[in-house]
Design a protein around this ligand. Structure first.
Ligand code: NAP
Ligand code: F7E
Length: 383
């Protein structure tokens, strides 16, 4: 019999990669999914199995981190060996607009899971992974940040996650539960939500290349992030729960990059050279050159003429609506402990991550472009 895992947030970026990873390892995976007016299972559709299939290895349950009765019932019914608590209102900027809900889901939600495991007498069976975050370091007190660096959260999201972090440590100490925190630094992928900065950029760069959009407006271009690939980071989650002893680990690449440089790298990936000029809210980026060979190879001959006409034009501007009331200016993690104790090592560097995201978004945008233009009419014609 393989192990049983329960993943909250299975419809999210990490949940989708982790579900696939665990199923490949022979797990039966139960996932908690919020009810919404549409399916919202795009990221896991390739793993979905009809409920009439015997011995399914992916089973979805409706649930919500704000509903303790429902969480307790699902945990009781599924009796998981491992719980990965990935569900959260995960957008830092949005947490300033929905602070109470964020505290409820991201803070109290963690307590609901820990307490359900305790009340169901599963403390010696069920191991728990809590999705903690580098946002806990906020106004950083040390560079680079490691497990012993003091926290200084800078958003309602980070403050809620601070409660989640400490309640996990408390249940571990009070009830001897195998409950661990992964303090993960930013991790991205083609499955990243469209409003996080990396995906916003790779989508926009792809659309600009295809002539679907003229330019892109951003917030703080100077903040620095330590970006890894989600595919590498979900492996660390798994490794954390395979240890004999529960513990807390920083997961990071140890490299940090400004948003500005991430944008430059993304345009470079398809052969477009941009230059940033001016400062503050007046900062813009202009298209300076097109490397025809790279552009043709990555995007296609058809789009070359139009992009060449954009040389000298504005591609990136700043819009203060994307600024945050309090910003996290710098994050860079030291994952030595995870490397040493878990044997964790990331495979992707930032260049490989950008390349993966751009190539995926170019494919997606070409499909959208096709459907919105002639392709749509052709499809209609056959309906
Ligand atoms: P994500 O793509 O935003 O996914 C979040 C998941 O949580 C989605 O499945 C979402 O469901 C679900 N969810 C939100 N509120 C819920 C609620 N009240 N009840 C049940 N489910 C709820 O986030 P991610 O990037 O995969 O991140 C996974 C976890 O790691 C999150 O806890 C995040 O805060 C944390 N984290 C992320 C990073 C990162 O860089 N990605 C770094 C450190 C920590 P819907 O699909 O219905 O919205
Ligand atoms: O912002 C700046 C923004 O929203 C990164 C979540 O997964 O990682 C994520 O939180 C930086 C910030 O991620 C735009 O001000 C500039 O400095 O991609 P982000 P985040 O806030 O770091 C942590 C580890 C988590 O735990 C969270 O769940 O980019 N920025 N211009 C912008 N950010 C966005 N979203 N949009 C912009 O236009």
């Amino acid at each position: 019999m393989g192990k049983v895992a329960l993943i909250t947030g299975i419809t999210g970026q990490d949940g989708a990669y982790l579900a696939e990873y665990l199923i490949k390892k022979g797990y039966t995976v139960h996932g908690i999914k919020r009810r919404s007016s549409m399916f919202n299972t795009e990221r896991i559709d390739h793993l979905y199995q009809d409920p009439h299939i015997e011995n399914r290895n992916l089973i979805l349950h409706y649930g919500d981190l704000t509903d303790s009765l429902n969480l307790t019932r699902i945990i009781g019914e599924t009796q998981p060996d491992e719980i990965y608590n990935l569900a959260a209102m995960s957008h830092v900027k949005v947490s300033f607009d929905t602070p109470e809900y964020t505290a409820n889901a991201d803070g109290l939600g963690v307590l609901r899971i820990l307490e359900a495991v305790r009340l169901l007498n599963l403390t010696s069976k069920t191991r728990i992974y809590q999705a903690s975050t580098s946002e806990l370091y906020g106004l950083v007190q040390e560079v680079p940040q490691k497990e012993t660096t003091p926290f200084y959260p800078r958003s309602p999201y980070a403050v809620a996650k601070l409660y989640g972090y400490w309640i996990t440590v408390n249940y571990r100490e009070a009830y001897k539960m195998h409950a661990s925190n992964g303090i993960l630094f930013n991790h991205e992928s083609p499955l990243r939500g469209e409003t996080f900065v990396t995906r916003k950029v790779t989508r926009a760069v792809s659309r600009i290349a295809l002539g679907m959009q003229d330019n892109l407006f951003m917030g703080n271009l100077s903040s620095k992030r330590d970006w890894g690939h989600a595919k590498d980071y979900i492996k660390a989650m798994y490794l954390i729960l395979q240890q004999d002893q529960p513990d807390d680990y920083v997961i990071a690449t140890g490299q940090t990059t400004t948003i500005r440089d991430f944008i430059t790298m993304s345009f470079e990936e398809i052969g477009l050279g941009i230059e940033f000029i001016n400062k503050g809210v007046d900062e813009t980026a202009i298209l300076r050159e097109v490397n025809e060979k790279t552009f043709k190879e990555k995007v296609g001959d058809n789009y070359l003429e139009e992009i060449t006409r954009k040389i000298g034009k504005l591609l990136v501007g700043v819009d203060p609506q994307y600024f945050r009331p309090t910003e996290v200016e710098l994050l860079i993690g030291d994952a030595s402990k995870a490397k040493r104790q878990l044997g964790w090592e990331p495979k992707y560097d930032l260049k490989a991550l950008v390349s993966d995201m751009i190539s995926s978004d170019l494919k997606l945008m070409k499909k959208e472009f096709f459907l919105k233009s002639g392709g749509y009419q052709v499809l209609n014609y056959f309906e």
